[in-house]
Design a protein around this ligand. Structure first.
Ligand code: ADP
Ligand code: MG
Length: 720
């Protein structure tokens, strides 16, 4: 029975043809056509109004009275002339998803004639039905309403879907008393914090108006699997990963996918996706195959971190939607398939000044570049003091499968500096700081006709969770499905805390008569003396590192159950409060919601495991066993080896007993406090699910393929 179904799936897939994607328009013609950006506003707004808006966007001052009216009118005209009939406040609730509520521009006058309506009030503020979004108890303590408020600094855009075009307005989502209920609000606040603290330092360097912002460039990994497989795999469809499946004979060991050409159907998909990105002003820059079969990556150019975070949410939405159109399912799960690499999201981060440029750019002589070293040291101190916070921001049920699995950084947070920079810091520590040792910046290829290649001073240590890569840091522990906002908030906040600490020291030193240069050297020394334990340039995947990290006192928070409670630790509560990024009430809500999300995810997976095991796998195995027993009986005279069917019978018993245990434990899994549920799910339910899977996967290796009810790894990963 099942084999017929699986063959039908293959027939469906082999019949697919690449979809025609309209080609031929130049980059100039399509770039940002669907975005109401500053250049478009400049064309349609009165000069004074535009100037005022520009100031709000660039400096962050509140919007002047009357300006919003003009913008709303211009935005409405632009959107309607582009065919939009609806508008929507888009926000990012604490689930990490993207939420929107649509309203029509339509209005009718007394004569029944149609008008369009979109006031500044409708632009600025919305009131979504907030009860369906998690609030961690915040709203019930205060009031049941939540508001969305326009983020003037992120441009509105038109989203085109099958049901038409909608004007989308990026917004924050807050309770009516102002508590953040979303991912954007803290990001905006953290940008303000780091701007304030960085300015304190730059002022001492003679730059009183340095205008600071942070930048982010997220690299997104994903899997593309034919949709027909997902229809036959409830686990892929509902949990985003395979809860069963025996890794096939061939996985990624040859690296042939990584280095091979991008398959044609996927190329067409990428082309379609990128066309949409460009129209939305998302600067997609690179795309390529990734290590695992059926795995790919896309990376845009870096942007202001707030815009980048909004764009990243759009990237995830568009990848999923466009995949469907092309007969794929796009999996953003951190570990869809056992035995091959999972997917992460490298978040490249830097801090810049509109006057001085990238503050993490060492320039030609890092030895002399004190300002750069200070900012770098601020990051070192921040990651050492608050590595556990970084770890907590990437904690999710799905990322638990990936971190520390020899394909992604370990759960221990350390910094990779690269040999050159590590050397500079070491010299400063030893008091030989300003030695003008020559720095080799070119790689000699050994073939004279080839040009020398510039050596990346950050080099490429792929095993470090937080690596300096020449002019930025790259946070590699973020999961593929996660919003990058939480990590950006954490990085901004811990660095801001360090910059404040540095500024305090420098200001005090200078007040006591020290020269700026000496005050800086002293601060650098102190930071390195206290925090260089976090610097690690070796192999982060090795066993030795785990032991070494423990000796250095670096925490190794292996699972969500260990990492999430960090959000409830005193130093973290105080850090966010002091930096005015997240209030204690908001943080408590976030902690509660993170646990809730974890428990719900594991619950859904556990229920799926039971369902698939009981309704698909068990009946198939029993049918196979019955069939085999009959065969062997009819062949009795040959006295054949029955060890295979004995093994199947044994594993069948294992499967039955592990299913029974999971069922029983799931029944009691919701007893106790939030933390108790977190621990119970993390330890008991996860172990129970693994036991069911172990029995089922062993059976998949023995039961005749014709009887097996689920598409195999081989089919899903290699057929498209
Ligand atoms: P990798 O070699 O790690 O794949 P890429 O060159 O593909 O790196 O780019 C990684 C990302 O880093 C891109 O999004 C890029 O725009 C971004 N990036 C480059 N410079 C900076 C910077 N100064 N700040 C933040 N992100 C940056
Ligand atoms: Mg990278």
């Amino acid at each position: 029975m099942s084999v017929v179904k699986r063959r039908d799936i293959l027939k469906e897939i082999f019949a697919r043809k690449p979809i025609d994607v309209v080609q031929g328009k130049s980059l100039y013609e399509i770039w940002a056509t669907d975005v109401f950006d500053l250049s478009k506003m400049k064309n349609v707004l009165p000069k004074q109004i535009f100037k005022s808006l520009e100031k709000t966007v660039e400096v962050g001052v509140p919007l002047e009275k009357g300006v919003a009216d003009e913008i709303a009118a211009a935005m409405r005209n632009w959107a309607i002339s582009h065919g939009a009939k609806f508008y929507s406040h888009v926000f990012h609730p604490l689930t990490g998803a993207t939420a929107e509520k649509h309203d029509g521009f339509i209005a009718i006058n007394r004569d029944g004639e149609i008008l369009t309506e979109f006031s500044s009030k409708q632009l600025i503020q919305g009131e979504p039905d907030a009860s369906s979004f998690p609030n961690g108890g915040i709203r019930s303590t205060f009031e049941a309403r939540g508001y969305t408020a326009w983020d003037v600094t992120s441009p509105a855009y038109i989203m085109e879907t099958a049901n038409g075009k909608t004007l989308c307005i990026p917004t924050v989502f807050v309770s009516w008393t102002g508590e953040a209920l979303d991912k954007k609000t803290p990001l905006l606040r953290s940008n303000i914090a780091i701007s304030r603290s960085a300015n304190r330092i730059l002022k001492l360097f003679g730059h009183p108006d340095a205008s600071i912002s942070t930048s982010a460039g997220p690299e997104q990994e994903y899997f593309l699997i034919d949709r027909a497989f997902a229809a036959a795999r409830p686990d892929l469809l509902l949990a985003g990963r395979t809860l069963f499946g025996r890794p096939g004979a061939k996985g990624q060991e040859f690296g042939d996918h990584y280095f091979g050409a991008i398959p044609q159907r996927v190329q067409v998909f990428m082309h379609d996706v990128e066309e949409k990105f460009y129209r939305l002003g998302i600067p997609a820059k690179t795309h390529h195959n990734e290590v695992a079969p059926a795995q790919f990556e896309i990376a845009p150019l870096y942007e202001n971190s707030n815009i980048s975070s909004d764009h990243q949410q759009l990237v995830m939405t568009i990848l999923k939607n466009v995949a469907r159109k092309h007969g794929f399912i796009c999996l953003l799960h951190e570990k869809p398939f056992k035995g091959v690499n999972g997917s992460g999201k490298h978040v490249n981060w830097s801090i810049r000044s509109s006057v001085l440029g990238n503050l993490l750019d060492p320039g030609d002589t890092p030895h002399a570049n004190m300002q750069f070293l200070l900012f770098c040291a601020a990051v070192i101190r921040g990651v050492h003091k608050y590595g556990h916070l970084l770890r907590a921001t990437v904690a999710s049920a799905s990322n638990d499968h990936r971190l520390g699995q020899n394909e992604a950084p370990p759960a221990i947070m350390s910094i990779y500096l690269g040999a050159q920079l590590a050397d500079v810091f070491e010299r400063i520590c030893k008091g030989t700081g300003h030695a003008n040792a020559p720095i080799s910046t070119f790689v000699n290829i050994g073939v004279d006709s080839l040009p020398p290649l510039p050596k990346d001073p950050g080099d490429r240590n792929r095993t470090s969770p937080f690596a300096f890569t020449g002019n930025r840091f790259e946070f590699r522990a973020v999961g593929a499905s996660q919003s990058i906002s939480d990590s950006l908030v954490a990085i901004n906040t811990i660095v801001s805390d360090s910059l404040d600490w540095i500024a305090d020291k420098l200001e005090a030193g200078i007040a006591a008569g020290k020269k700026l240069e000496n005050a800086c050297t002293d601060v650098l020394k102190e930071i390195l003396e206290n925090h260089s334990a976090v610097i690690f340039n070796g192999n982060g995947y090795s066993e030795e590192w785990i032991e070494e990290a423990e000796r250095r006192g670096l925490r190794n928070l292996r699972t969500c159950a260990e990492a999430l409670p960090v959000l409830n630790e005193k130093d973290i509560i105080s850090l966010f409060e002091t930096q005015k990024v997240i209030t204690p009430v908001e943080l408590a809500a976030r902690y509660e919601i993170s646990i809730d999300q974890y428990v719900k995810t594991i619950d859904v997976e556990a229920k799926l495991v039971l369902e698939i095991a009981k309704t698909k796998i068990l009946p198939s195995v029993i049918a196979y066993l019955t069939d085999q027993v009959e065969c062997f009986e009819s062949l009795g005279e040959f006295r054949l080896d029955r060890s295979n069917i004995n093994f199947v019978a044994e594993k069948l018993k294992d499967l039955q007993s592990s299913v029974a245990k999971l069922e029983k434990d799931l029944d009691i899994s919701h007893n106790g406090s939030f933390e108790e549920q977190l621990n119970f799910h993390s330890k008991t339910i996860v172990a129970d699910m693994n036991a069911v899977r172990a029995a089922a996967d062993a059976l998949e290796g023995e039961v005749a393929d014709d009887f097996w009810p689920l598409p195999s790894y081989m089919e899903m990963l290699f057929i498209r």
